[in-house]
Design a protein around this ligand. Structure first.
Ligand SMILES: Cc1cc2nc3c(=O)[nH]c(=O)nc-3n(C[C@H](O)[C@H](O)[C@H](O)COP(=O)(O)OP(=O)(O)OC[C@H]3O[C@@H](n4cnc5c(N)ncnc54)[C@H](O)[C@@H]3O)c2cc1C
Length: 459
């Protein structure tokens, strides 16, 4: 008899788990209360990058003179932008749904809740959203992958009009005249870049002295200088403690007494896991103080047959990580991991920040190596002398490669520059496969290409 595997939450973790498990022969039920593809598709990765792509086209058009062109000043068409964002998300959700259904995955649109260690109560909705009678499904294995939602502190009165969380910022009904962004992590800086390139005046409240506090200081400095050049105001060392509406505007109060006024405020200060109301207690699943489900390297909770993946697992909150966790869960459920296999190594996950220039990194950062007292070799090569960067008219940024001085093994790298999110994949493969700098230096790359900077950094 086949394994009945029930997945609650159809984001990247749930979708990848469903696709892999059904391919391996499981009887799979996927319960998703909103849209297949999850928050990643509806609110987070996809709409934000779609808007950033439009903003990027506007800023590229401003650089067109460097390419020998004269073009009229580009501006955004909000109706077209809204339609574009909506249609990309819809297309992805529809194609993923079709793909899963063609593989035999049973998709139930509704809410799932554990009512026992092997039992899930499913409250389905009709296509118009009307609730149907709940039913209970028995499962041999369960994956909870319900993701997270934006964190809202009690000092911020979110009104969805002028005081917003990220999910309310798109599709935008208007481009804010002066947006004050609170939070200078990855999400905050992406929203700064997005709205600045779409024409807003933007002020960024930075709680420390550096944007992207977790990143390599040199990388953060490159972004800061680009922000300043494009007119973004940085308010550093400022911890926001209140946001109030003031007529047609907002005022953000900082702990040190500074008051920052704008037309709109956007909070980007992290997320909270969606574990409340999931029945985890009833099933005996351990939840930590932050609301996350602690997992082992197979993504198992304290109960062997109940797994958690994606943002709910409290590991790296990335769609890419969620998806690979989902795949590993499915393989484990289907008994594949009794054979030798590679455990997930979260320290080797590549990540990117879709600002301009783009930023991407993977593995060991120079600053972290120093903090650990680890000897490393660092090579840094700018894009300024690269032929393709000159041809494209965008020679900003650099590649930094971190390796072990005694073995030459590539330990990590950072890239600031055009297409960094694509280029980092080369270093990610090198880090995962324990390649040496010589392997990168001897690979024959395309010419002219930005990737040639990677082989130059490896020489
Ligand atoms: C603005 C923003 C931009 C981002 N951009 C990127 C990016 O470019 N690249 C990247 O890798 N990561 C990005 N992330 C992070 C990424 O979105 C998350 O890490 C990813 O979505 C987590 O996937 P998940 O599978 O845990 O669940 P989610 O995508 O959060 O989906 C969870 C799903 O579970 C459903 N659900 C919840 N409770 C129930 C229930 N009881 N019953 C049924 N269904 C339920 C929800 O409806 C939702 O669809 C971004 C995040 C933000 C906030």
């Amino acid at each position: 008899m086949s394994v009945h595997f029930v997945i609650v939450g159809g984001g990247p973790a749930g979708v990848e788990a469903a696709a892999t498990a059904s391919r391996l022969g499981a009887d799979v039920t996927l319960v998703e209360r909103d849209v297949v593809g999850g928050a990643a598709n509806l609110w987070d990765c996809i709409p934000s990058k779609a808007m950033i792509a439009t903003g990027g086209a506007i800023t590229s058009s401003r650089r067109a003179t460097a390419l020998g062109l004269t073009v009229a000043d580009a501006t955004s068409d909000l109706d077209a932008l809204r339609e574009r964002v909506r249609s990309i998300s819809e297309l992805l959700a529809t194609s993923t749904t079709r793909q899963l259904e063609s593989q035999g995955v049973r998709i139930v649109r509704g809410s799932g809740k554990l009512v026992g260690p092997h039992r899930i109560q499913i409250s389905p909705y009709q296509s118009d959203g009307a609730p149907q009678d709940p039913f209970v499904a028995d499962a041999d294995a369960i994956l909870v992958a319900t993701g997270s939602t934006p964190r809202v502190p009690d000092w911020a009165q979110i009104d969805g009009d002028r005081v917003l969380v990220t999910r309310q910022a798109y599709p935008p009904s208007s481009i804010p005249e002066h947006l004050v962004v609170v939070g200078s992590g990855v999400t905050g800086v992406e929203f700064v870049h997005m709205f600045r390139s779409l024409g807003s005046r933007v002020t960024l409240i930075v709680s420390r002295q550096q944007v992207l506090p977790q990143k390599d200081p040199e990388v953060a400095a490159a972004l800061e200088s680009d922000f300043l050049e494009s007119g973004v105001a940085l308010v550093k060392g400022a911890r926001a403690v209140g946001i109030t509406r003031d007529g047609d505007g907002v005022v953000v109060a900082c702990e040190d007494g500074r008051m920052i006024a704008g037309s709109h405020a956007l909070l980007a200060i992290g997320s909270v896991p969606s574990s409340a109301g999931l029945g985890l207690d009833a099933a005996g699943v351990e939840v930590n103080a932050g609301g996350y489900v602690p997992i082992n390297h197979h993504c198992q909770s304290n109960l062997d047959h109940i797994y958690a993946a994606g943002d709910l697992s409290g590991r790296l909150p990335l769609a890419s990580v969620a998806a690979i966790q989902g795949r590993k869960v499915a393989e484990h459920v289907m008994g594949l991991h009794t054979r030798e296999h590679r455990h997930l190594d979260y320290d080797k996950a590549a990540s990117a920040i879709f600002t301009e220039p783009e930023i991407a990194d993977v593995g060991l950062a120079e600053a972290d190596a120093f903090a650990l007292g680890r000897k490393i070799r660092v090579t840094k090569v700018p894009f300024a002398l690269n032929a393709k960067a000159m041809i494209d008219g965008d020679p900003r940024g650099f590649v930094k490669l971190v390796s072990d001085p005694s073995t030459g093994v590539v330990l990590g790298g950072s890239i600031v520059g055009a297409h960094a999110a694509e280029l980092i994949s080369v270093i990610a493969v090198a880090v995962t496969a324990h390649l040496r700098v010589d392997d990168l230096a001897e690979a024959i790359f395309v010419h002219p290409a930005l990737a040639e900077v990677l082989s130059a950094a490896a020489e």
